[in-house]
Design a protein. Structure first.
Length: 247
């Protein structure tokens, strides 16, 4: 059996990563994890920049599940680790975890990525495009993530603007911006008094500079859950569920 390789980075949470409560923003949390995977991929010239430059291909995340035991806070020293776990013809699966400086587990996450042809905007096979898979095992199985369904009604709605700095090297809106848009759709008092303890998200259709997205949210106060989705006209772009806990 091939040994799975991990890659870790140590970092301290800067003030521009946190919200007004001192907790790290969910988008910044995801960015830290993705930076770690990019650093590992760079070792094999397979990071986003190199893939676009050399192959005209781009990494696109399609799904996350995240469990948050403790949300990182301003000034906290962290160790962020990633591991490529398995892959099949089209999906590449990768895990992440974040520990504090004493080795206590704070965050765990599982993800699924695909490779796309940037010009054709089509998914291509990941299994035969990478020489170094960092010990990930080939599998015929599809990893099952939680199923998400768009509610029939919504409690909150907000128009979003796409600007120059929202677009990444894959020529579409960077996935981390979706988190800010979705959380910002809720009332500020709710965000101030609650903390996310788990998250599921599924990306359905990319947004680009010509898109005019609207963010929606449905809040279930009884179970401390919120469903979020973003649409460009009638097209669903992303759907997510956040489980919250009282602070």
């Amino acid at each position: 059996m091939t040994e799975k390789k991990t890659y870790s980075m140590e970092m301290e949470v800067p003030y521009y990563f946190v919200n007004f409560t001192g907790d790290i923003r969910l988008s910044a949390l995801v960015d830290m994890m993705l930076l770690t995977s990019e650093k590992q991929l760079h070792q094999a010239d397979a990071d986003s920049t190199e893939m676009v430059k050399n192959n005209g291909l781009g990494w696109v995340v399609v799904q996350y599940h995240m469990d948050i035991d403790q949300m990182p806070r301003l000034g906290q020293k962290l160790k962020v680790t990633t591991q490529a776990t398995s892959y099949n013809k089209y999906f590449f699966y990768r895990d992440f975890w974040i520990d504090d400086e004493n080795g206590n587990r704070m965050v765990t996450a599982q993800s699924a990525f695909v490779l796309i042809d940037i010009k054709a905007r089509k998914i291509v096979s990941a299994s035969d495009r990478l020489e170094n898979k960092f010990g990930a095992e080939e599998t015929s199985k599809l990893k099952r993530f939680n199923r998400l369904k768009v509610p029939d009604t919504f409690d909150f709605q907000q128009l979003q603007h796409i600007g120059y700095y929202n677009i990444d090297v894959n020529k579409h809106v960077n996935n981390s911006y979706y988190f800010d848009w979705m959380v910002d759709t809720l009332e500020m008092d709710y965000i101030a008094n609650h903390r996310i303890k788990s998250m599921d998200i599924k990306y359905e259709k990319e947004l680009n500079t010509h898109s005019e997205p609207t963010s929606f949210a449905k809040l279930d106060n009884t179970n401390n859950k919120s469903i979020h989705w973003i649409k460009n006209g009638d097209v669903l772009n992303v759907i997510a569920q956040f489980d919250w806990e009282d602070k």
